[in-house]
Ligand binder design. Sequence first.
Ligand code: SF4
Length: 147
Amino acid sequence: MSRSLTKPLPRGCLDLHQRKVYERGARLRPAIGKPSVAKEKAMSHVNTSRRGFLVKAAMLSAVPFIAPALVGQARAQELKPLPLDNPQAKALAYALDYKTVQHPAFKPDSNCANCQFFTAATGACTLFPGFSVPAEAWCSAWAKKAG
Ligand code: SF4
């Protein structure tokens, strides 16, 4: 038995059985009271792993909300504003501001924002692929958005 783990015996403890019990207790006490270095390292690894998992879980749970916004932004940046001299735009009497339109097909308060061909998130119009149109623009192909 290693003497370095045991404390000096208390006075009057002379019985062999009592001595063995005391020494066994002294040997076990450090293990019970304080975790070993290896155990502390293992616990810190567990804590780090748990923290890492929680951070990753929080980030992954945000992806469904952030990703569509980022994709929409990226697509909006890819689209060029529809030029007024575009042949198809000219043919459809495209105008940047619906309030200034004086066209026989114009219906009051009709504009790209309430047109079925318009995608508000990107400014895209299905009639003008690769281009974006402002929500307040208008053209003679306007059709009321359903709903
Ligand atoms: S089709 Fe609709 S969304 Fe496209 S330019 Fe004309 S009014 Fe705007």
